[in-house]
Design a protein around this ligand. Structure first.
Ligand code: NAD
Length: 244
């Protein structure tokens, strides 16, 4: 694990692919040491960690750690002695009518997308307090602001992430710990592979920018946020090509 205390350390959940992977690449390029987690695909994540170490000369560790499991998060954070940046990115979607959703499926979406932010933040904050400084970025969704039919649990979870962000920012501002969220529109990742090409075209036509967002654009905004003054806190920044 990271032992050089002067090197800034960032933890990114759900970094094996999509937006989390792009965030890891961008933070590595900016000189951050990294702890990367994912829920299933450790070989892929380890490969990413190795390539980032080689390319950027940083220290990067990959760990299989389910963000929706508080015990797994306890174990993960027990190995850390400092932390500068936490990016709560791990997330899942569920498409279907609410009446078709089981209690287990509801809990899985809420635990993965919302409770995970609690499980990680409560452990990250004491480490950040050691330096009287820290940055937390939560990856949210426009559905958290406006809601989407067939995605009630997902919308509720991301609405919760937005409120969590605003409330925690107020709690942590006196400690110089910044907390913000990025409310993404449609980003070109595997999360949207469940939609047909026709459905994706229909979605794209609704977006004034006339294209999907790229994971690298989310990553760039994460970096800009954590480089901004800590006075910029409690914000939900929408990144959606002018959609909502
Ligand atoms: P993705 O499915 O490509 O990647 C999700 C990542 O999260 C994967 O690495 C996966 O292993 C990880 N993950 C899932 N459950 C986990 C768990 N319990 N513990 C640890 N890791 C877990 O999706 P993405 O599009 O890259 O999504 C990343 C974040 O962005 C999510 O929070 C998602 O809700 C949000 N988001 C995505 C879009 C979009 O259009 N793609 C839009 C709005 C918000």
């Amino acid at each position: 694990m990271n032992t050089i205390k002067n090197t800034p350390l960032a933890l990114v959940t759900g970094a094996s692919r999509g937006i989390g992977r792009a965030i890891a690449e961008t933070l590595a390029g900016a000189g951050y040491d990294l702890v990367l987690t994912c829920s299933r695909t450790l070989p892929e994540l380890s490969g990413l960690a190795n390539s980032l170490e080689e390319k950027y000369g940083i220290h990067c560790t990959a760990q299989m750690a389910d963000a929706s499991d508080p015990v797994a998060m306890d174990r993960l954070f027990a190995s850390l002695d400092h932390l500068d940046v936490l990016v709560n990115n791990a997330g899942i979607s569920y498409i279907g009518l609410l009446t078709d959703m089981s209690v287990e499926e509801w809990q899985r979406v809420i635990n993965t997308n919302l409770s995970s932010c609690f499980y990680t933040s409560r452990l990250a904050i004491p480490l950040m307090l050691l330096k009287h400084s820290g940055r937390i970025v939560n990856i949210s969704s426009v559905w958290g602001n406006v809601g989407a039919s067939m995605e009630v649990a997902y919308s509720a979870s991301k609405g919760g992430v937005n409120s969590f962000t605003k409330a925690l920012a107020k709690e942590l501002a006196p400690s110089n710990i910044q907390v913000n969220a990025i409310s993404c529109g449609v980003i070109d990742t595997a999360m949207n592979h469940c939609f047909s090409p026709e459905e994706m075209n229909a979605l794209r036509e609704e977006i004034p920018a006339d294209r999907l967002g790229q994971p690298e654009e989310v990553a760039k905004l994460v970096l800009q946020l954590i480089q901004a003054p800590t006075y910029l806190t409690g914000q939900i920044l929408t990144l959606d090509g002018g959609w909502q």
